[in-house]
Design a protein around this ligand. Structure first.
Ligand SMILES: Cc1cn([C@H]2C[C@H](O)[C@@H](COP(=O)(O)OP(=O)(O)O[C@H]3O[C@H](C)C(=O)[C@H](O)[C@H]3O)O2)c(=O)[nH]c1=O
Length: 180
């Protein structure tokens, strides 16, 4: 695996090193020792999948509040998505900055989003499926979100979403200095 830093402190693109032969491809996608060596979460008690029918589906920007903030390792297992990490940590050197990576099921790359950052994505084609490894179990009462189009962040989405949940469309504008 190769870990590449991004514009958000602690957020890394994780590329796999493919072992190809006449049967196909084998690649390691996670290793607790390597992740710990890079000071990334190395224990993931919960995994999720997200299946998205149509190009232009936007989910986000979501995070889990204290006392159980979650780090996430996210990958596309089918299709391509514009995946975004947004720094909501007031003490961070990259507070309110965002970083994006195109996650591609063919490239098998992943995005590590540290706790305290919001996460969201926009699908770039029909029939995209994502796999999440979560460093905390889900606690509904701690689920939070900020607007994907909040001018406070200026996330440069490649195009406007076509499908978005009522919840995400109704998220409030962000108030500086807070993790709501
Ligand atoms: C995350 C989660 C959700 N749920 C329930 C709550 C809702 O009834 C339903 C869908 O949840 P939600 O609308 O939050 O799902 P998404 O909009 O796809 O949000 C997800 O995608 C964005 C981009 C993320 O980064 C979040 O990790 C994740 O919340 O599943 C659970 O039961 N367990 C869980 O771990």
């Amino acid at each position: 695996m190769r870990f590449s830093p991004t514009a958000v402190a602690g957020a890394f693109v994780v590329d796999v090193e493919e072992r190809a032969d006449n049967r196909g491809v084998f690649a390691r996608t996670f290793c607790a020792e390597s992740f710990a060596a890079h000071r990334l979460a190395s224990v993931y008690p919960q995994c999720n999948v997200s299946q998205n029918h149509k190009r232009g589906t936007l989910r986000g920007m979501h995070y889990q509040a204290d006392p159980k903030p979650e780090s996430k390792l996210v990958r596309a297992i089918r299709g391509r998505v514009f995946d975004v990490a947004l720094d909501l940590r007031p003490a961070s050197e990259t507070y309110l900055k965002w970083a994006a990576v195109e996650l591609d099921g063919e490239k098998r790359n992943a995005f590590y989003i540290p706790a305290g950052c919001a996460h969201g994505f926009l699908t770039l084609e029909d029939n995209c499926e994502l796999f999440y490894q979560m460093s905390e179990v889900y606690v509904a009462e701690l689920a939070r979100g900020v607007r994907y189009d909040d001018p406070e962040f200026g996330i440069a989405w490649p195009f406007a979403p076509v499908i978005i949940s009522e919840r995400d469309a109704a998220l409030e504008s962000y108030v500086r200095g807070t993790l709501t």
